[in-house]
Design a protein around this ligand. Sequence first.
Ligand SMILES: [Zn+2]
Length: 218
Amino acid sequence: MNSLAELIFPSRCVGCSQLGISICSLCRKSWHPHIYFREISVLNNSYPVISAVQYSPIASKVLLGAKESNLSAADNLLADAIGHALTFFIKNYGAGDLVGIPSRSAATRKRGRNFMIEISKSIAAAQSIQSLDILQHTRTVRDQSQLDAQARTHNIAGAFCVSLNSSKSATLGNTQPLIIVDDLITTGATLAEAIRALTTAGYAVIGAVTGSVAKPLR
Ligand SMILES: [Zn+2]
């Protein structure tokens, strides 16, 4: 879904708005996929989280460009980064089906799409695997971006459940192990809650991949 603006105006760098190409060579230095490893613990198990790009002011613009502005150039940069992390993940921890982290419903309405679900589907299609849209919010949660670590954990605890409404192929026993997909890991609270909801429902989760990784908050 390209915005009309992109058809009318020439493209600009997603990172710095310089005219010309979707990301300029300077900003590309801050959005160059590597491999970053974190581990999160949920219910006495630990799970690997592989990320591609360290969070920075440029990375923040790429994520916001995809999330809030539906910029296809930003979508592509994020999908590439997650794809890079996923390739490494599969090589080291095994293959699986993807589960995207759903946005809050207010955000989905405002943006006209469920951003991470859509990107997770496009990544899965490129790798010939499935992306399952089976996580759902059990209640309203606040936007995490302005919350500290403790408030995030409290905000998101128990906030996800599994719903098979939109994905008949995702019934238990019918799925591969699951790999969770999100744009960014900061404290890991969201990924931990997703793992809790999925494993409690009986699914096998082997870890997560994210486009970007931020230093954990205090
Ligand atoms: Zn730039």
